[in-house]
Design a protein around this ligand. Structure first.
Ligand SMILES: C[S@@+](CC[C@H](N)C(=O)[O-])C[C@H]1O[C@@H](n2cnc3c(N)ncnc32)[C@H](O)[C@@H]1O
Length: 309
C-alpha cells in the first residue's frame, strides 16, 4: 500500500456501526462526516445495494475519501460543506441510513499547522480551511465576557474568569499568534491540576466556537425532526457530554409515546406520538480491545434511532 493510501484516521466503533445498520439493505446512506471514509468504505463493502452521499467541510479529507472510494465510484457522491447546509439539498425520501461521527479527525488533530494541537505554530482550528473565521479571531478579538462564556459553556471549565483575564492581559502586549503560546498562557494561569493537559477544555471550547460544532448538531437534529425519513436508521457518534446530551435528549423526545404534561392524572394525548424508536437506551461504547488500539475511541458514544416506517 502506498503511503498516500494509508488513512490518517482510524474509524471508531466501526463494527458497532455496521451492526447497527443491519436492517438497511438499499437506498441512500448519508455520511454527514465522511472524513477519510473509514466508516463509509466498509459500509459500501458490506451493503452492496447502498448508495453513499458523503459530506465533509475539510478539503483534505474529501480528497482522500474520493481516492479511497474509487472502487465504488458509481455509488458515491461527495459534497463539500457543512452538513447543516448540504443536507438541505438532499431528497430524504430515499434516505435509509444516516451517520455522523462528530468532532475532529486524527489528521486535523495531529497536523501541527492545523492549530488544534497544544504545540501548534498557528492558532487556527478551522475544520474548513476556506472559512474566514479562526481561533486567532476568537482569542484576539473576543471580549473578556465572551471568552468566559465560551469557556464555561463549551468547556465546562472551572477557572474561566482567571484564564479569560490572563488572555486579555497577554494580548495587550502583542497578539497571541499560536496554539503553543495560548496553551502555555492557560497552563500558567490554571491551578487545578488533573490527569489531562490543563488547556484541553479551553481548546475544546475554542474549537467548538470556531466550527459552530454544537449548532451544527442542533441543526442536524432539527432537520431530521422535520424530514423524519421513513424507516431510516440514524447513527450518531459523540465525543463529549455536551454533544451526547443533545443527541440523547432529542432521541428521548422522538421516542416518547405519551406527551401529556408530567402532572396529568390520565393520558389524553392518544399515547401514539413517538416518531420512531431508540435502538439502544444506553450508548454503545468501545471495547477495551478497541481502546487499546485506538485511544481516541475511549470517549466515543454511539446512539442509534430508527424512524417509523
Ligand atoms: C471524526 S472525523 C470522521 C471520520 C470518518 N468517520 C472516518 O471514518 O474516516 C469528523 C469529520 O467530520 C468533519 N466535520 C465535522 N463537523 C462537520 C460539519 N458540521 N459539516 C461537515 N463536516 C464536518 C470534519 O472535518 C472531519 O473530517
Amino acid at each position: 500500500m502506498k503511503k498516500s493510501q494509508i488513512a490518517p484516521h482510524t474509524p471508531v466503533l466501526l463494527n458497532e456501526v455496521i451492526k447497527g445498520l443491519e436492517g438497511v439493505k438499499e437506498g441512500v446512506f448519508v455520511d454527514c462526516t465522511v472524513g477519510y471514509a473509514g466508516h463509509s468504505s466498509k459500509i459500501l463493502e458490506k451493503y452492496p445495494k447502498l448508495q453513499l452521499i458523503g459530506i465533509d467541510r475539510d478539503d483534505e479529507a474529501l480528497e482522500f475519501s474520493a481516492k479511497r472510494l474509487e472502487p465504488f465510484t458509481n455509488r458515491v457522491k461527495l459534497l463539500k460543506g457543512r452538513f447543516s447546509e448540504q443536507l438541505k439539498e438532499i431528497d430524504f425520501s430515499s434516505v435509509t441510513a444516516l451517520l455522523a461521527d462528530f468532532g475532529v479527525s486524527s489528521l486535523q488533530l495531529d497536523k501541527r499547522e492545523r492549530g488544534f494541537n497544544f504545540d501548534s505554530p498557528t492558532l487556527d482550528m478551522r475544520m474548513d480551511q476556506s472559512s474566514n473565521f479562526s481561533a486567532y479571531d476568537v482569542v484576539n478579538s473576543y471580549s473578556q465576557e465572551m471568552l468566559e462564556e465560551i469557556f464555561k459553556d463549551y468547556g465546562e471549565t472551572k477557572e474561566h474568569k482567571r484564564v479569560a483575564k490572563a488572555i486579555i492581559e497577554e494580548r495587550k502586549k502583542k497578539p497571541i499568534e499560536s496554539s503553543k503560546e495560548l496553551s502555555s498562557i492557560i497552563q500558567k494561569h490554571t491551578r487545578i491540576k488533573g490527569k489531562i493537559h490543563p488547556a484541553t477544555l479551553y481548546f475544546q471550547a475554542i474549537r467548538i466556537e470556531v466550527n459552530r460544532e454544537l449548532e451544527e448538531i442542533k441543526d442536524l437534529l432539527n432537520l431530521l425532526e422535520e424530514k423524519q425519513p421513513k424507516g431510516a436508521i440514524i447513527a450518531l457518534i459523540t465525543f463529549h457530554s455536551l454533544e451526547d446530551r443533545l443527541v440523547k435528549q432529542r432521541f428521548r423526545k422522538w421516542s416518547k409515546s405519551c406527551i401529556c404534561p408530567a402532572d396529568s392524572i390520565r393520558c389524553s394525548c392518544g399515547n401514539n406520538n413517538n416518531i420512531g424508536k431508540e435502538l439502544n437506551r444506553k450508548p454503545i461504547i468501545a471495547t477495551t480491545e478497541e481502546i487499546a488500539c485506538n485511544l481516541r475511541s475511549r470517549s466515543a458514544k454511539l446512539r442509534l434511532f430508527r424512524f417509523n416506517d
